[in-house]
Every structure is written in C-alpha cells, then in structure tokens.
Design a protein around this ligand. Structure first.
Ligand SMILES: NC(=O)c1ccc[n+]([C@@H]2O[C@H](COP(=O)([O-])OP(=O)(O)OC[C@H]3O[C@@H](n4cnc5c(N)ncnc54)[C@H](O)[C@@H]3O)[C@@H](O)[C@H]2O)c1
Length: 254
C-alpha cells in the first residue's frame, strides 16, 4: 500500500538529473502516484517518465514552458485526458541567475521573476481549476528557497521571486481552503543538483562550503531530502497542513 495510491501528480522541471523535480517525481511514483512530468527539456522529461515506468510506475511526459499561459492549458488537458484529474501539483521548475544588483540588467531581473514567480502563479491557478472539477481537494507544493526567507549575496531577483512564492502560497492556501485544496511552500538549503553546480561553478559537492558555521549539520542535502518533504505534503498525512513553509536546510537559516 503506497502513501499516494490513487493520486495523480504533476511535477514541473522534472528533467534535470540530479534535480529536485526528477527525485520528487520518482519518490511520488514509488508511493503509488500516477505521474505527469514536464520540462522545457522534453528529452529529459521523457527519460524521467521512462525511469518511473521501468520501476513499475505510471508516468506521462510532455514539453512545458511554465511561463506560458497556453502551456498550462495544454498541460491540464494532457493530464485530464491521461488520468481524468489532478490531485497534486509540484511547481518545481526554476532558474538561478545569480548577479549582484549593480550588474543586473532589467532583462535578467524580468526573466527571474517570470520563471520563478509568475510561472508559479500560473501553475497554482491552473491546478486549482483542474482540482476543483473532481471536488476531492488537492495539494499544491511550491518550491521556494532559503533565499525566499533571508537575504543572500547575488540573490536580489532570485530571492525576490522566491519570497514572492512564499507569501503567494499562503494567500492561495487561504483562498483555496474552501475547496479543500492545500498550498504549502518548501524552502531547500544547499542541495547538490545541476542548478547548484551551475550557480557555484563547482563540479563536485565535496567542494561546497558546508562548514558548520554556514550549515549546522555540516553537509549538503540530497534531492531525496527535499522529495521526502514534498511526499509528506502531497500525501493525506498532511491533511491539516496548509499555508505552511517547510525549511529543509540543515539549520542554515537558524
Ligand atoms: N538545488 C538547490 O540547492 C535549491 C535550493 C533552493 C531552491 N531550489 C529550487 O528548487 C527547484 C529545483 O531546483 P533544482 O536544483 O532541481 O534545479 P535544476 O536546474 O537542476 O532543475 C530545474 C529544472 O527546471 C527546468 N526549467 C527551467 N526553466 C523552465 C521553464 N521555463 N519551464 C519548464 N521547465 C523549466 C530545467 O530545464 C530543469 O530541468 C527550483 O525552483 C529551485 O529554485 C533549489
């Protein structure tokens, strides 16, 4: 008996490997959810779906740019056709363009807000409309960051977007509660993924600064650490949890 038996989940940004979306999709499928995985990288999304199928799970994959309003309509149509409805939406896709404010262009600012914040608004709006159709409620999980809670170097736009995701998730929780749709945010610390490698310019997690003065548990996180938190929020075990922010950062922001 899986913790998500009978549920349908969408995970955006599921192509990257190692990536939080990929690990989350696999973990939710392990617990019995039927998965829809999407990404601008359709080959990576298809590989993710094939891995889930090879492990005995159910998955479909499609290309989706989360900044496209039409793309969200098409995504909901694909999920409705394949599975007849949606129970869980993980708004995970994101980018990190870390630039000091003095050097940041307006284009860089706008792109961060578009991909990391506006996309989550579009995703939540589309998910609520789809979840309402079956009257069974649902769970929306939005990927924010520790950068959405505290100020960090070169995170002016990234942090503004992630802080926006944090408070938007709470507003959505209040508005969608009448449909028994829950909405929570997850705030990862330093997790070794392609984004982390790109942002730090490092090839190996062993080169990350994980000194206890920065990260009390003294190690980087793994995608599974975040996937397990999302699994809890996706499952009925968190039925009484909405509008909450789950910080998974080994004590970094304490
Ligand atoms: N890794 C970390 O340490 C960390 C920390 C805090 C927050 N996060 C957040 O977690 C989420 C996942 O991060 P990750 O580390 O797995 O990143 P990643 O770069 O490894 O994966 C992100 C995925 O999103 C996809 N993507 C980018 N733009 C897209 C778009 N417009 N439409 C659809 N897909 C798009 C990429 O193709 C990629 O597959 C992001 O929202 C990120 O900001 C990550």
């Amino acid at each position: 008996m899986g913790r998500l038996d009978g549920k349908v989940a969408l995970v955006t940004g599921a192509a990257s490997n190692p990536g939080l979306g990929r690990a989350t999709a696999q973990r939710l499928a392990e617990e019995g959810a039927k998965l829809a995985v999407s990404d601008v990288d359709v080959v990576g999304a298809q590989t993710c779906a094939e891995e889930i199928q090879a492990a005995g799970g159910e998955a479909i994959a499609f290309r989706q740019d989360v900044t496209s309003e039409d793309g969200w309509v098409e995504a909901m149509e694909a999920i409705s056709t394949a599975y007849g409805g949606l129970d869980i939406c993980v708004n995970n896709a994101g980018i990190a363009v870390l630039v000091p404010i003095e050097n940041m262009t307006l284009e860089e600012w706008n792109r961060q807000i578009e991909v990391n914040l506006t996309s989550v608004f579009l995703g939540c709006r589309a998910a609520i409309a789809e979840m309402k159709k079956r009257e069974g409620g649902g769970s929306i999980i939005n990927l924010s960051s520790v950068a959405g809670i505290v100020g960090l170097q070169t995170c002016v736009a990234y942090g503004a977007a992630k802080g926006g995701v944090r408070i938007m998730s709470k507003s959505i929780a209040v508005e969608a509660a009448k449909y028994n749709i829950r909405c929570n945010s997850v705030h990862p610390g330093v997790i070794w993924t392609n984004m982390q490698a790109q942002a730090t310019g490092l090839n190996d997690p062993s080169a990350l600064d994980v000194s206890p003065s920065r990260i009390p548990l003294g190690r980087p996180g793994e995608p599974l650490d975040i996937a397990n938190c999302i699994l809890y929020l996706a499952s009925d075990e968190s039925n009484y949890v909405t509008g909450a922010e789950f910080v998974v950062d080994a004590g970094m922001t304490t």
